[in-house]
Design a protein around this ligand. Structure first.
Ligand code: SF4
Length: 335
C-alpha cells in the first residue's frame, strides 16, 4: 500500500505544485498507474513507478442483491470497509482502528482489543478503493460514515486529517454534510469536535436508557455515564447548531421493551431538546445477543414517534456477507 509520506519524499526535489498534481490524480481522477499521470515527465513517472506502487491490496465480497460490497484490506492485519448503494447514494463505511479498545459487549470487533490506530492514509485508501470501483460505472462515493471497526475519537487526529482530505474540493470533494462520525461516547472527542467548526454529522451510540443497562453492554459508560454523555451532546448541539443522530441498537430482551422506549423518550427530550433524531438499528447477531423481533421494533418505534421524536431505521445491509462490525476481517485474519 502506498503512503502520502513516500510520495512527498519522491517529489521533494520537484516544484511544490507537483505534489498537489499527484494527489489530485490519485484521489480525484482515481489513477491506478503512474503511467496515467501524463502531466509528469516520463522520467518522473518512471521514478515514481520504481518506488511507489498504487495498488491497494484488498478482497471484495458482494451481496446477492449487489447493493452492498464489503472489502477486507490487508494493512498488515485485515480491516474492513463497506460500500452501500442505496437511494442514489454510494455510502462507504470506514474503519478507523485495527480492533477496538471500547469492548462493547454486543460487538465482534470489541472482543479482541485494540491492535493499533489506522493512519490517515489507511483511512483514505478505503474510500479510494471504492471510488476506483465506482469509476468503472461513471459513479463515485457520495457519503462517508466513520462507523466501521474502531472508535474514531480514539484516533482523533488521523480521523480529522482524513476528513479534511475527503472534504477537499480538489481531492475527494465529498461535502462535509455527507460525512458522519459515530462515537461510542468518548466525551473528550465530542467536546473537541464541537470546536472544529466543521459541518460534518455526529452520531452518538447510546443503545440504552439507563446506566444499569449501558454499563453492562458498553463499558465506556463507567467512565462517561449517560448524564455526562448527553450533557456533552447537548453542548455540541448548542455550539454547532447541528442535528445529532442518536443510535440505538435493538437487542432482544436487553433494551427493547415499551418501558425502555418510554424512558428513552423522556431522557432525550429532557437532556437534548429537539435537535436530534433516533436511528433504530436492527442487530446483526454475533451469537451472544439476538436481534429484537420485528413486532417489538415496531412497538418501540411507535412509542417514540407518538411522542414527537423523529425516527429512522437503518437498513440491514449485507447480512449474507457478515456485515456485523469486524466479523469478516477477523475471519480473514484467522485464515
Ligand atoms: S461497537 Fe464500535 S466502539 Fe464498540 S467495540 Fe465495536 S467498534 Fe468499538
Amino acid at each position: 500500500m502506498f503512503h502520502l509520506e513516500e510520495i512527498k519524499k519522491v517529489l521533494q526535489a520537484e516544484q511544490k505544485f507537483r505534489l498537489r498534481q499527484a494527489l489530485k490524480a490519485i484521489y480525484q481522477q482515481g489513477i491506478e498507474s503512474w503511467d496515467e499521470l501524463s502531466v509528469f515527465s516520463k522520467d518522473l513517472r518512471e521514478k515514481l513507478k520504481k518506488d511507489i506502487s498504487l495498488e491497494i491490496k484488498a478482497k471484495s465480497y458482494e451481496t446477492s442483491d449487489k447493493k452492498t460490497i464489503k472489502v477486507v484490506f490487508d494493512f498488515g492485519k485485515n480491516i474492513e470497509a463497506v460500500l452501500m448503494c442505496h437511494q442514489g447514494r454510494n455510502t462507504v463505511c470506514v474503519s478507523t482502528q485495527i480492533g477496538c479498545s471500547m469492548a462493547c459487549d454486543f460487538c465482534y470487533s470489541g472482543k479482541f482489543g485494540l491492535e493499533r490506530n489506522l493512519s490517515e492514509d489507511e483511512i483514505i485508501l478505503q474510500v479510494l478503493y471504492f471510488n476506483r470501483l465506482l469509476k468503472k460505472e461513471n459513479s463515485r462515493v457520495s457519503n462517508v460514515v466513520f462507523m466501521g471497526m474502531g472508535e474514531p475519537f480514539a484516533n482523533y487526529n488521523n480521523v480529522l486529517g482524513a476528513i479534511k482530505i475527503l472534504n477537499d474540493k480538489e481531492l475527494f470533494n465529498i461535502g462535509a454534510r455527507h460525512i458522519s462520525v459515530s462515537t461510542s461516547g468518548l466525551v473528550p472527542g465530542i467536546k473537541k469536535l464541537a470546536k472544529e467548526k466543521l459541518q460534518i454529522n455526529l452520531s452518538v451510540s447510546l443503545h440504552a436508557s439507563s446506566d444499569e443497562v449501558r454499563d453492562k453492554i458498553m463499558p465506556i459508560n463507567k467512565t462517561y455515564n449517560i448524564d455526562t454523555l448527553l450533557e456533552a451532546t447537548r453542548n455540541y448541539i448548542k455550539q454547532t447548531r447541528r442535528r445529532v443522530m442518536i443510535e440505538y441498537v435493538m437487542l432482544a430482551g436487553i433494551n427493547d421493551s415499551p418501558k425502555d422506549a418510554n424512558e428513552l423518550t423522556k431522557l432525550l427530550k429532557e437532556k437534548l431538546g429537539d435537535l436530534f433524531f433516533v436511528n433504530i438499528i436492527k442487530y446483526n447477531s454475533t451469537g451472544e445477543y439476538e436481534s429484537s423481533p420485528k413486532n417489538k421494533i415496531e412497538v418501540f418505534k411507535r412509542i417514540l414517534i407518538d411522542e414527537g421524536i423523529d425516527v429512522v431505521e437503518r437498513y440491514r445491509f449485507g447480512k449474507d456477507i457478515k456485515a456485523a462490525c469486524g466479523q469478516l476481517a477477523k475471519e480473514e485474519n484467522k485464515k
